[in-house]
Design a protein around this ligand. Structure first.
Ligand SMILES: Cc1ncc(COP(=O)(O)O)c(C=O)c1O
Length: 355
């Protein structure tokens, strides 16, 4: 019996626009091969930077394109966070937690509820202790919880950041993968461009391209440029030129519609299976993104993981994200609709009868 993975935050293979990308890569090489195949500017392929700057309504000097957005986070953390206090949501994406831990940062996890990060918890943390290097948050379809920060809280967090001269890094790789409901303004928009922002083409085109980007205060962008140059000289310009060709051909929006539909079907299948198999278990019901969060009311997720793997299904336990021991993350993005139904059945069978 093959294990069904609810652990992988990866797009289903049919989301990847393989033929279109092959054609775009060929055109990018034929048109601009001598630039794309050489060393170039460390902040990224100029035409893509310009496209992104226009989309965000910011000066191109603030846009930094990296080999995936996680690489940019590493640069930023190396520059700002070593040995410093850093504020994050509790729970939050596990990879930044690991990166910050390795840099010896003092990581402060802030309380979150159904509406996302609690601004009172932020205010409290800003009044106590040393000035944080930054606040890292994922306001829309958060990894791992699937929660979205309400508009009112977004405005309040922007206000608090301004009052306390706090750098806010808004990580937004999932915002466009919305199945329903109206998009909320980003913190970048609400702050009039003052906050830092990162996103990625990993969830909207393909993660293997490794193209992510940052909108940073200009001075910080220049500092990161030095780190990028001394790390990899130039990012992968071929990936960036391929993305640029993809967006200028007008493939981006239709592809996004397709991806929303494919991932949305999986979200629906997972919620239906959970309602059917585990009606008493509390879960988030995200309007987009890849994940939902499960609260097991006292059942230890590490114990459950062992039993679940024996039953042929896997997930990531909440403690990996700084969450409570009785929580876990289910990713619905990768598996097929049929596997989702089977996997949730296996998970239900692995849970104690009382749940
Ligand atoms: C919240 C969040 N930020 C960043 C990333 C990394 O994205 P990229 O592929 O651009 O490095 C991920 C990937 O899963 C993510 O969930």
């Amino acid at each position: 019996m093959a294990t069904i993975s609810f652990a992988r935050g990866v797009p289903a293979p049919e989301c990847l626009p393989v033929e279109q990308l092959a054609d775009c890569a060929r055109t990018a090489l034929e048109r601009d091969g001598r630039t794309v195949l050489s060393y170039g500017p460390s902040p990224g392929y100029a035409p893509l930077r310009e496209w992104l700057a226009e989309r965000h309504g910011v000066d191109v000097g603030r846009v930094f394109v990296t080999n995936g957005s996680l690489q940019g986070f590493v640069f930023l953390a190396q520059r700002l966070a070593a040995g410093k206090r850093v504020l994050v949501e509790k729970p939050t994406y596990d990879r930044p937690l690991k990166i910050l831990r390795e840099l010896g940062a003092d990581i402060v996890g802030l309380h979150c509820d159904e509406e996302g990060l609690d601004p009172d918890a932020l205010q409290h943390a800003l009044r106590e202790g040393e000035q944080p290097a930054f606040l890292y948050l994922i306001p829309t379809f958060q990894n791992p919880s699937g929660r979205t920060l309400s508009e009112e809280r977004r405005a309040r967090i922007v206000e608090l950041a301004r009052e306390h001269d706090l750098l806010v890094l808004e990580d937004d790789p999932y915002g466009l993968v919305r199945f329903e409901g109206e998009p909320l303004p980003s913190l970048l928009e609400l702050s009039g461009g003052e906050t830092a922002y990162s996103s990625s083409f990993s969830k909207t085109i393909a993660p293997g391209l490794r193209v992510g980007w940052f909108v940073l205060p200009e001075a910080l962008a220049r500092e990161i440029e030095l780190t990028a140059t001394s790390t990899y000289i130039t990012p992968v310009l071929l990936g960036q030129a391929t993305v640029h060709e993809f967006v200028t051909r007008g493939h981006f929006e239709p592809n996004l519609e397709r991806v929303r539909d494919l991932i949305g079907q999986r979200r629906d299948a997972m919620l239906a299976a959970l309602d059917r198999e585990l009606p008493n278990v509390r879960t988030t019901r995200p309007d987009g993104g890849y994940f939902l969060w499960v609260e097991l009311a006292g059942v230890d997720a590490a114990d459950l993981l062992g039993r679940a793997e024996e039953a042929g299904v896997t997930f990531v336990k909440g403690t990996d994200f700084g969450g409570e021991p009785d929580t876990l993350r289910l990713a619905y993005s990768f598996v097929s609709v049929d596997e989702i139904a089977d996997g949730v059945g296996r998970l239900a069978a692995a849970l104690p009868a009382a749940v």
